[in-house]
Design a protein around this ligand. Structure first.
Ligand SMILES: [Zn+2]
Length: 243
């Protein structure tokens, strides 16, 4: 059968049109430079039939690399460590998990087996244990400033929010706040997973972040894009609008 050329063109243009509507699936591991020696990395999991991104960070110091939170997709641990090794010629030496949910704790056992010192608060440890999540090897009991190489990073518990144990991590030199899941991204239209949330306390917790960290250049949410400090104001609006 001979198909006229114009029909073929029509066919391809239709197929082309359909293809354009299908979004390209995201790379399983995305790493983007934020500022100075700080990087944001993103992995994905399927949650309620959707591919959901999860953000974590790492800091490159002259004493090695610090992860703030894990790859949600544990299949991306090796690619992440390889990529860090290739890009920075450094090893990952420690990790801090910011609450007990899987997007912050899955793969902690693998990290520990690799000799990486894994940390969480005592409260996160207890909730992870209770909910059968992976456990960090070391615990801290109150807000703690870690000095690693030339950098300091400060953990801060501002109160209950997304979970009862959610902490944030502040990178002092660069005035960057990793909000984790206590902070939604600036385009978020709802509060996401609030199964373990404290909606009454959450606004107070956000105000505590604002009071404590008055000079912020970037705020990184646990999920989604954007890194504007306006995310804190947006968060207060979202909480205010929540029925
Ligand atoms: Zn989360």
């Amino acid at each position: 059968m001979i198909i006229p050329v114009f029909l073929l063109q029509l066919l391809f243009s239709v197929v082309g049109g359909i293809q354009k509507e299908v979004p390209a699936s995201p790379a399983p591991l995305e790493i983007s430079h934020l500022t100075g020696d700080l990087y944001v990395y993103t992995t994905y999991q399927t949650y309620q039939d959707q591919r959901v991104p999860s953000n974590s960070m790492y800091l490159v110091t002259d004493q090695g690399v610090v992860l703030v939170d894990v790859p949600w997709d544990t299949g991306q641990i090796e690619p992440l460590l390889d990529s860090i090794s290739t890009r920075h010629q450094k090893k990952v030496v420690m990790s801090i998990s910011t609450h007990w949910h899987e997007d912050r704790t899955s793969g902690l056992n693998i990290l520990r087996e690799k000799g990486i010192r894994t940390y969480s608060t005592q409260k996160t440890y207890e909730l992870s244990l209770k909910n059968k999540k992976e456990l960090a090897q070391f615990q801290f009991h109150s807000d703690t400033t870690f000095t690693i190489g030339q950098y300091q990073l400060e953990t801060y518990y501002g109160g209950e929010g997304h979970t009862t144990d959610n902490i944030v991590v502040y990178f002092k030199k660069d005035q960057v706040l990793f909000g984790g899941c206590a902070v939604k991204d600036i385009e978020a239209t709802d509060l996401g997973n609030i199964q373990d949330a404290n909606l009454d306390q959450w606004p107070l917790t956000i105000r505590n972040f604002q009071n404590r960290f008055s000079e912020l250049r970037y705020v990184i949410p646990g999920h989604g894009t954007g890194h504007s400090p306006e995310a804190l104001v947006h968060m207060l609006n979202l909480l205010d609008q929540h029925p």
